[in-house]
Ligand binder design. Structure first.
Ligand code: ADP
Ligand code: DP6
Ligand code: CO
Length: 361
């Protein structure tokens, strides 16, 4: 390693998009390792509008690990951050920068400290999967800094231990999180079903109903569901396994009608198990329900799905249309129902492509 006390800093910056599940993850069989009770499937969004950008720096002048999120220092003492750091450090390799005369040996990583700074370009903890973009980006960027050589599948299983949904953000396109069978979680990881060049016609519109932080975090919400809902086992054991197979087929065949039906039904069932939780959890609000109505009525009147909707653990709508023409019609309908500058809850729209990213970073 370069001389101790010298002022060198090595820095790496990465960017990871968020992902939105069309077959939802809700419920863990192992809280510590973050192992889910069912497979899930998501679309990785384009990073322009919804992504985390993280810079990690290492220097012998840093006396402890520190992290800033959206400009504010946050404690790194939480088990999730600690696990990600520990797992990446374990796999670290030598790094050398001849120009700067820096050589960090494998064993140096154990005692060197990092500073991490991350920004989300969208609301944090508001049900738009900031934990997914955030932990995927953290783990990916740390892995780059420490010259970790493991494949993306293994990196995804480390990101999973930061936040379950994060494992799916390591890949672009359509991604499945296989729940796995092993007790140590080694086979609970993300698998790319189709890359970002597949089904490029899809357009995503996110209707931001509220950017307020949700009252019940995903972590505690799903814990309460597993403890109290009578419906969750039926969902995890019977409904989702069949739905995952159908969803994979719909994606492969670019079958929008099946894709939309499955995505909407799964979103509604996820919110139904939230209602079946004691005390019940309400992530959607009246505006969310009005958006569902608008889409359902439109789809029904055309006799075939025009648009799919899905809501995560928050009131914000993720709307997926099969092409630009339908996306334009959808925006028209949304603007008609929720006119700007009126007293409605709909604050903004984000329009984006499905994904333009090859891999994270
Ligand atoms: P969301 O619906 O936005 O994913 P969660 O309740 O699942 O909400 O997770 C929010 C938490 O994720 C934050 O409180 C923070 O701990 C973590 N998080 C969010 N963004 C980042 C980021 N960019 N880097 C690291 N951690 C993040
Ligand atoms: C509704 O991944 O945020 O977005 O694993 O406890 O961090 P933790 O939870 P998180 O849960 C996401 C739940 C969801 C559905 C999904 O993304 O599949
Ligand atoms: Co989350």
């Amino acid at each position: 390693m370069a001389e101790e006390g010298s002022k060198w800093v090595v820095m790496v910056t990465g960017r990871s998009p968020t992902n939105i599940a069309v077959i939802k993850y809700w419920g863990k069989r192992d809280e510590g390792l973050i192992l889910p009770i069912n497979d899930s499937i998501s679309l990785t969004l384009d990073p322009l509008h919804l992504s985390a950008t993280t810079t990690v720096a290492v220097s012998p002048s840093f006396s402890r690990d520190r992290m800033w999120l959206n400009g504010k220092e946050i404690p790194l003492s939480g088990e999730r951050y600690q696990k990600c750091l520990r797992e990446i450090r374990k796999r670290a390799n030598e790094v050398s920068d001849e120009k700067q005369g820096i050589k960090i040996k494998k064993e140096d990583w154990e005692r060197l400290h990092v500073h991490i700074s991350s920004y989300n370009n969208f609301p944090t903890a508001a049900g738009l999967a900031s934990s997914a973009a955030g932990f995927a980006c953290l783990v990916f960027t740390l892995a780059k800094l420490m010259n970790v050589k493991e494949d993306l599948g293994e990196i995804s299983s480390i990101a999973r231990q930061g936040s379950g949904s994060a494992c799916r953000s390591l890949y672009g396109g359509f991604v499945k999180w296989a729940m796995g069978n092993n007790a140590d979680g080694s086979d609970s990881l993300a698998i790319q079903l189709a890359d970002e060049t597949h089904w490029t016609d899809l357009v995503i519109i996110i209707a931001v109903v509220s950017s307020k932080q949700k009252e019940t975090s995903s972590t505690s919400g799903m814990r309460e569901t597993v403890q109290t809902s009578a419906l969750i086992n039926h969902r995890a054991e019977t409904v989702v396994p069949a739905r995952v197979l159908k969803m994979e087929e719909a994606i492969q065949n670019r079958d929008f009608a099946s894709f939309a039906k499955l995505a909407c039904t799964d979103s509604n069932q996820f919110h139904a198990v939230c209602l079946d939780t004691s005390p019940p959890i309400f992530y959607m609000n009246d505006t969310s329900h009005r958006i569902i109505n608008l889409v359902e009525k439109w789809n029904h009147s055309e006799g075939t799905p025009q648009v799919a909707y899905t809501f995560d653990a928050g009131p914000n709508a993720v709307l997926i249309s099969p092409n630009r023409k339908t996306a334009a019609l959808l925006l028209q309908r949304l603007l008609f129902q929720f006119p700007p500058n009126q007293d409605t809850d709909l604050s903004s729209f984000v329009v984006g492509d499905k994904s333009i990213l090859q891999d994270a970073g």
